[in-house]
Design a protein around this ligand. Structure first.
Ligand SMILES: O=C(O)CCC(=O)C(=O)O
Ligand SMILES: [Fe+2]
Length: 218
């Protein structure tokens, strides 16, 4: 991979698409893990997040503390030294795992019409989002929307907002603490959007700043 140009692009946009991030085998294994976690550990969440401008949450989730206990595969991938090295190169700073177990690696499942992960920013600077399932067409909803260069949730939907569709096996990296973002509602029955969100940080920045993660994942 040409990492120099990736570093510049990520610094400029706060977003970097990583197409074909997972191999076919990798996707198969993660889909199996996600399916098992969904059956055994998942909780339904339907509420508005006061601390994030009352934006909606309609989704099914598994928190990082449960994943740490139940999926060695995901916990090991999260800490993979080659992955941490790649992220450090792209971010141009040393990237380290998040210590807080609930928010460190989470599973987010949108599976009903209207399911959405409403507007927010994250507690930690980097989100690596891995797609396990995605609606086949952009018109099905479940798009990532983000407002480049601003954490102001009001900016979402305004001019400059970017709206992106992703495929299973793809991933993206987001400067998620400084970039307002959301996932648009699913528009029809029979489509699913399942992602793993791996949160990363830099040394000396391990403090959780909002109550969002505990409300969504505990
Ligand atoms: O599902 C996505 O694309 C974004 C997930 C996200 O923003 C989060 O888990 O904080
Ligand atoms: Fe997020």
């Amino acid at each position: 991979m040409e990492t120099d140009s990736l570093t510049g692009r990520f610094a400029a946009d706060g977003y970097l698409p990583l197409p074909d991030f997972l191999t076919a085998d990798g996707l198969r294994v993660l889909r199996q893990e996600a399916g098992r976690l969904e059956r055994e550990e998942a909780a339904r969440r339907d509420f508005t997040m006061e601390s994030m401008a009352h934006s909606p949450r309609h989704m099914t989730t598994v928190g990082g503390h449960r994943i740490a206990q139940e999926s060695g595969v995901i916990a090991n991938l999260y800490r993979d030294p080659a992955l941490l090295a790649l992220l450090s190169t792209v971010f141009d700073r040393r990237v380290v795992p998040v210590e807080q177990p609930v928010e460190r690696h989470v599973l987010n499942i949108l599976h009903r019409p209207g399911d959405t992960h409403g507007a927010h920013t994250d507690d930690y600077p980097l989100a690596l989002v891995l797609f396990i399932d995605a609606p086949p067409r952009p018109a099905d909803g479940g798009l990532l929307e983000f407002a480049p260069g601003t954490a102001d949730l009001e900016a979402l939907g305004g001019s400059g907002t970017r709206s992106l569709h992703h495929h299973p096996g793809h991933a993206y990296l987001l400067r998620s603490d400084l970039t307002a973002h959301r996932v648009t509602p699913l528009n029809r029955h029979g489509v699913r959007r399942t992602v793993l969100n791996f949160a990363y940080t830099v040394p000396d920045r391990q403090t959780q700043v909002t109550d969002s993660a505990s409300r969504l994942y505990e």
